[in-house]
Design a protein. Structure first.
Length: 266
């Protein structure tokens, strides 16, 4: 395979992985303000297990957890083929784009609403009085808290993920990608889950500590299970990537990525 073809394939692979990573991270930030009942969504009654005094253990999750596992899975795939430099690069880009989104939402909240817009949505679907601008403000105010908290948690958890991934890689070598990928994801998501909730809903919000812990535990249980279930996706992704790159070039990238000093990204 010619050097220019290899370089193009490497760039294309990074762009696709980066696109998946950034898209999932940004969407997770925007929908993270909604708390939903996992049990009721599936048609079951909440578990209602007593936990932390008056708070019950129910699977009330932030909507963002639906796709956050994809962020960490993609991060592990980037780590596998592009090493620490690749993960750091995409992390910094994502943080910049999320910060930009934060600013755009903040400015949108400061805009004076048009009268006709308020009148068109003056009532809800049941005919009750409704202030759409107030609803917009409440949804996105909570969303801003989530975005700020997630930025802090995201950076910390990403670097923890990279650290654990490479520590496990030294032990497993090129084999057992499931162990280093799933292991690093489980550790990093434990940190991510609680940092986000503590900052967004405890320090910047009004949740009591018991509620933060209860939701944090259920969030992590969900992420733990999903991380395990997504393990086959790692092998499928690796199979597709290896077919695209070619066996020899794929092996070369993985060896470069595993080097302690890392390699030149492009």
């Amino acid at each position: 395979m010619g050097e220019s073809i290899q370089k193009n394939k490497k760039i294309n692979l990074f762009l696709v992985l980066a696109g998946v990573f950034i898209t999932n991270a940004l969407i997770a930030e925007l929908i993270g303000g909604k708390i939903f009942s996992f049990e009721k969504t599936l048609g079951f009654e909440p578990l209602n297990i007593s936990l932390f005094g008056d708070f019950l253990l129910q699977f009330n999750l932030t909507a963002g957890v639906l796709i956050w596992p994809m962020v960490f899975i993609t991060s592990d795939i980037i780590n596998e083929y592009f090493g620490k430099q690749g993960v750091k690069k995409i992390t910094y880009i994502t943080v910049g784009l999320i910060a930009y989104s934060f600013l755009a939402i903040y400015l949108a909240m400061k805009l004076v609403p048009a009268d006709f817009w308020l009148n068109v949505f003056a009532t809800d679907s049941q005919g009750n009085p409704f202030n759409i601008n107030e609803a917009f403000q409440k949804v996105f105010t909570q969303g801003l808290n989530i975005i700020f908290a997630s930025l802090v948690a995201f950076v910390i958890s990403q670097f923890v993920d990279v650290y654990v991934f490479h520590k496990l890689r030294k032990i497993t070598g090129k084999n057992k990608i499931w162990l280093r990928a799933t292991g690093s994801t489980l550790v990093s998501q434990l940190i991510d889950s609680f940092i986000v909730l503590f900052i967004a809903f405890y320090f910047l919000g009004s949740w009591p500590i018991e509620q933060v812990l209860a939701v944090g535990i259920t969030n992590y249980i969900y992420k733990f299970v999903i991380a395990i279930l997504l393990t086959p996706l790692l092998y499928l992704s690796r199979f597709i990537i290896d077919k695209y790159l070619g066996k020899d070039f794929s092996k070369q990238l993985q060896e470069e990525a595993s080097a302690a000093s890392g390699s030149k990204l492009f």
